[in-house]
Design a protein around this ligand. Sequence first.
Ligand SMILES: [Zn+2]
Length: 123
Amino acid sequence: MADNAPERTCIGCRQRDAQDHLLRLVLRQRTTTHRLMQRSLVPDASRRLPGRGAWIHPEIDCVTVTQRKRAWLRAFKISGDVDASTLDELMASIRSPSNTTLRYRNPHASVSATEADTSTGSG
Ligand SMILES: [Zn+2]
C-alpha cells in the first residue's frame, strides 16, 4: 500500500480522502458566438484535464450537498451561472449502477437500504 497516497478534499462533505476515492471535476469555459461565456462542470475521470480541479465523492450525500450549496463556485473561486448538469448525471449513475452513462465506482458501497422484505408467505 502506498503510504503517501495523495489526498484531496471533497467539495461536498469537506472531508479529506484518498484521491482514488474522489472524482475530479474541472471547469470548462467557452465563448459562444454572442461573446457570452459559457461555463460547465465536466467530470475528469482520467484526471488529465488541465486547470484547477475540484474533487467530490461519487456519493449521493456529497453530490446533494454540492448541488445545494453550489460548492463548485467556492472550489473554483468563481461566481455566476455554471452548467452543473453533469452532477445530475453523476447522481443518476449512483442511483442506478446499471446506468453506465458515466461510470463511477462508489468507494463506500454499502448495503442498500431498499432491501425488499419477502417474508410474507403465499397461499
Ligand atoms: Zn464527500
